[in-house]
Design a protein around this ligand. Structure first.
Ligand SMILES: Cc1ncc(C[n+]2csc(CCOP(=O)(O)OP(=O)(O)O)c2C)c(N)n1
Ligand SMILES: [Mg+2]
Length: 804
């Protein structure tokens, strides 16, 4: 027993102390038994895939003990013991997750949307409003990509720093008690090889935030040993340069063996005190862990571990070591055997209950379809075919929803020529069942609360005769000033966003006015800038995270795609992160500065709004709208627009740009042109030239790509013009392909087209540099003019004679 641990335990009576140890032992044995039975469930086909926490139980007890209400975890799939130790996961819920039970009450982590082992707590009420985070232990929803939990961890920790140090936020609210909360991260040893780990680690050292990162080190990443993962095979050794000293701020670093219960408890207590009181980040390198059942259910570890290693793992299994330690203290092996027996029974009962509970509704549905098929078969000319389907379905012992619904749907093919009440009953059954499944599998991609951004009404900018024409950036600057003064929970940060007020001076002077925490410079590290935003937004703040130029969003894209865009969906609406990502794009200045790849973002960021304002007044309006809503969004300011002047509205901070609404910026009768962002200027020019040749185009600014045109106004325009042209500067089939699909398939505009719809986009390669590089890479006014003219030539070759 270590000295500190002995001190702590002296405060407890012997009986209390023993009781606590036995309770902990029960937790780790329960967790292990879940892993063992979980694997069996997968191997016998009841569950699809299993990844478990076996071999990492004991350190998680220690982490759970230091974890307080209000704290946050951002971890990975090994943490089932931690979840059990904080009373956030019962064995029955563990199995419900494994089976992908879609009832959020049975499977609170993800309502079956994530594979088992991906944990989450509820931080939102059913109506989408925040719960009180101080009254519970908060678990940010896990994701599968290794180290993907790291960027978010930074933001979760930084939120405490904001709540402690920003005057307007100090005190106690439902998110923080003066910033006393720690964000606890967990990561596997091999995943520390990812850039996200190093980037986040460095940023946490710079920012000095209350973060405790535990590395669960079992020497492997699936089959690949530490030798191929980590320099010197030792993550804490190579991170020593981050250790704080009397001259420099940095990290506190601990190393401890994962089977050493009492030492672990000491270390976690120390880490907790340092991080909580001093807001210093801490690394705990937990070594000598094992993986008694191998990495996952996909294979066995005997394939890559030699006998020596397997023998060592058997001996140093943390549960076995803890058992030995308990016996050495209490000489109570009998008692432990009793616990083990009892746990086995309880876990097995939990497994059975979870399975029956999961299957109950599906079996009911199976029964219903079987009986409907029997009835309909009686009257059908295809009786034998229908009875065959019925027999196949009733023979399935453990049916899936798919088995049941697909049988019902297939039966309709045999009933094409029939029309009777029994057939109608099947149709109604299919409709009802499909609708239930829509709820189970397809809801919550966006907020369903009353703050859904689409419900925020438009407030037009107002002007009077004295309204001056100003550099466009002044509108943004004045609007951000209004935002920062009205919304104390807003902070804006990014590369060069602080001292100089961003590279286009949209934040000029605001750091001086609102302080270095609320308007902040960051390092060059886009993924963790996104993480800062996600984590802080999950804790009630309203971060605006800046990516200097759209092209560099690719560095942050993985985290936006995998984490932010899926968050609301993957938690069945139980977590949200209303982060606003601000960036600038479309400038036509070369391979890495053209900022045009909107198609990539549209496809990878379903779950965020993607907004492409054509000028800064529109952009400012979007920021105002978003702050009234509770959803994440990407706002792409139009870099070309910074060169222009706009009229300064006199209701700065109040006007809003609606989400999902297109705007007709020129009316016309001959064709409809849909465009957005910087190409609108080119389209407007081309339209002026076309008028001189008798072609009158209607121009529609898409404004918001996700969601696009919720009122189907483009359809109304096409109904009038009967011709459609889409113009953008993305690659062919990029965002223009998306828009085409929306207009033709979603809005059904094809019915009204008299000409083939065309898209005018950039070339397949990235834009070459300079004026001529643009001209030959991106659509030009001439390209737009000629393609539209050619379209009209096809319609009426006499009026619109060939140009060449
Ligand atoms: C980005 C990414 N790459 C690869 C994988 C596949 N993968 C899942 S777990 C894993 C090994 C992780 O090892 P480690 O971090 O040591 O954690 P352990 O499973 O050993 O606890 C790999 C390669 C993934 N999930 N995400
Ligand atoms: Mg590992």
């Amino acid at each position: 027993m270590t000295e500190k641990f002995a001190e702590e335990t002296q405060k407890l009576s012997y009986q209390e102390f023993k009781k606590e140890i036995l309770h902990d032992y029960t937790t780790i044995v329960t967790s292990r038994e879940c892993s063992i039975l979980g694997r069996r469930e997968v191997l016998t086909g009841k569950a699809k895939f299993g990844i478990f926490g076996g071999g990492k139980e004991v350190p998680q007890l220690a982490m759970a003990k230091a974890f307080k209400n209000g704290d946050w975890r951002s971890g990975y799939y090994r943490d089932q013991t931690f979840m059990m130790a904080i009373d956030a996961l019962s064995p029955e819920q563990f199995f419900a997750g494994l089976y992908a039970h879609t009832d959020i009450k049975a499977e609170p982590n993800a309502a079956g949307r994530q594979m088992g082992g991906h944990f989450a707590s509820h931080t939102l009420n059913d109506n989408g409003t925040w719960m009180n985070h101080l009254q519970q232990k908060n678990v940010s929803a896990d994701i599968s990509p290794t180290a993907g939990q790291m960027p978010r961890l930074l933001g979760l920790a930084q939120a405490s720093k904001m709540y402690r140090n920003i005057d307007e936020l100090k005190g106690v609210n439902s998110f923080s008690d003066n910033g006393n909360e720690i964000a606890w991260g967990t990561i596997g040893n091999a995943s520390t090889s990812e850039g996200h780990f190093f980037e986040t680690f460095n940023a946490a050292g710079v920012l000095q935030v209350p973060m405790v990162i535990s590395v669960w080190d079992d020497g492997y990443g699936i089959s690949v040993p530490a030798k191929y993962q980590t320099t010197k095979e030792n993550i804490s050794e190579i991170l020593k340069g981050f250790q704080r000293d009397e001259h420099n701020k940095g990290f506190e670093i601990f190393t401890v063996n994962g089977w050493d219960y009492s030492k672990l408890i000491d270390v976690y207590n120390q880490a907790s005190t340092i991080a909580r009181n001093e807001h210093v980040p801490v690394l705990i390198h937990v070594k000598e862990l094992t993986q008694p059942q191998g990495h996952s259910t996909s294979g066995s570890h005997e394939r890559y571990k030699n006998e020596e290693r397997l023998n060592w793992e058997a001996k140093f299994d943390c549960n076995i070591k803890m058992r030995e330690w308990i016996i050495s203290m209490f000489e109570n092996e009998e008692e432990l055997i009793e616990i083990e027996k009892d746990v086995k029974k309880q876990v097995n009962t939990a497994r059975r209950n979870a399975w029956n509970n999961y299957l109950k509704d599906i079996k009911q549905a199976q029964k219903e379809v079987v009986s409907l098929l029997v009835k309909v078969a009686e009257k059908s000319d295809n009786k034998p075919f229908i009875l065959k389907l019925k027999d196949e379905l009733s023979a399935i012992k453990d049916p899936s929803k798919k088995d049941v619904l697909s049988t019902a749907r297939r039966s309709l093919r045999h009933l094409i020529d029939e029309n009777n009440i029994e057939k109608t009953q099947i149709l109604i059954w299919i409709e009802n069942y499909s609708e239930q499944q829509l709820h189970n599998y397809n809801t919550h991609l966006f907020s369903e609360s009353k703050n859904n951004a689409k419900t925020i009404k438009e407030v037009l900018p107002t002007f009077d005769e004295n309204s001056e024409l100003v550099d466009a950036r002044v509108i943004l600057k004045n609007n951000f000033d209004a935002i920062l003064s009205r919304h104390k929970e807003v902070m804006i940060f990014g590369e060069d966003a602080g001292k100089i007020g961003d590279v286009n001076q949209g934040l000029e002077g605001l750091q001086e006015k609102y302080g270095r925490l609320r308007v902040a410079d960051t390092g060059i590290r886009e993924a963790s800038i996104m993480g800062q935003g996600i984590g802080m937004a999950m804790r009630g703040l309203r971060p605006i995270a800046e990516i200097q130029y759209l092209d560099y969003l690719l560095y942050g894209l993985q985290i936006l795609s995998d984490d932010l865009s899926t968050l609301h969906y993957r938690t069945f609406g139980k977590q949200k992160a209303p982060l606003i990502v601000r960036t600038r794009g479309h400038r036509l200045e070369g391979i890495w500065h053209s900022g045009s790849h909107m198609g990539a973002f549209i496809h990878l960021l379903r779950g965020m709004y993607i907004l492409t304002p054509r000028n800064m007044t529109k952009a400012a309006g979007f920021y105002n709208t978003l702050l009234l809503s509770d959803e994440p969004a990407l706002v792409v300011e139009n870099l070309n627009g910074y060169r222009l002047k706009e009229k300064l509205p006199n209701n700065i901070g109040d006007f809003t740009t609606p989400i999902g609404i297109v705007e007709t910026i020129k009316e016309g009768n001959d064709l409809t042109i849909v465009s957005y962002g910087s190409t609108l200027k080119l389209v407007e020019e081309a339209a002026k030239e076309l008028i001189q040749f008798g072609i009158d185009a209607e121009i529609i600014d898409a404004q918001t790509l996700l969601p696009f045109d919720i009122n189907h106004d483009v359809l109304k325009s096409v109904q009038k013009t009967n011709r459609l042209v889409i113009v953008d500067e993305d690659v062919p089939g990029g965002a223009s392909g998306y828009l085409l699909n929306e207009i033709l398939n979603t809005q059904n505009a094809y019915e009204f087209l008299d000409s083939k719809p065309i898209t005018i986009s950039a070339k397949n390669h990235r834009a070459a540099y300079g004026t001529d590089g643009d001209y030959f890479s991106k659509p030009s006014i001439e390209d737009i003019f000629e393609k539209i003219y050619a379209l009209m030539h096809e319609v009426d070759p006499t009026t619109y004679k060939k140009i060449y």
